[in-house]
Design a protein around this ligand. Sequence first.
Ligand code: RM4
Ligand code: NI
Length: 194
Amino acid sequence: MTEKLKKQDYFEDPTLPLQVHIRDPQPEFPLHIHGFDELVIILRGTAIHTVDDRQFPVKSGDVFVIAGKHEHQYLDMHGLALANILFDSRTLHMNQWDIRALSGFHALFALEPVLRTQQKFNSRLQLTDRQLNHVSEMIHDLMHETRVKNPGYRIMAKGLFMQLAVYLSRCYSDKPSSSLNVLPLLTKEIAFSV
Ligand code: RM4
Ligand code: NI
């Protein structure tokens, strides 16, 4: 049976549905599913990412979301380091205000995780070096906020996470679409209709 990772084992603060883990390096870890979702930013190195029996090469700058129920594992890792932002989409209520109008948001957080096997991962987001540096700073700020726990840290952490989500969604919307990737077209329709 594939192991299911539990929220209580991976979230340090039960009152905050967000947790940043920097895996540098990412250790060997068995195939698993989660009771939460993961936003993964590959910081360095390469690996083969197994998701639901399909294999995708991943490398520095790749960004993707693993919804809890999908089983995954990193194999053949070469210097792999990643930021793993665990979040609980049921309690975070990300789908608010004008983030819904961003086609990249629907692509990254809703459609790509489901359609990735058909799209053969061509639909993933790949950050430029400049974007990856900026994202690393944002992750650092988010991690600091969740650790130091100054008054208001929860709303600040959610604000920083949403800022990161919007930034990544904009990067996704800006990325040139390839003929193999129909997601940008599909998500423009969705963003237009909400
Ligand atoms: C592991 C690996 C998994 C993640 C857990 C929380 O090291 O990155 O993908 O689900 O951490
Ligand atoms: Ni995982």
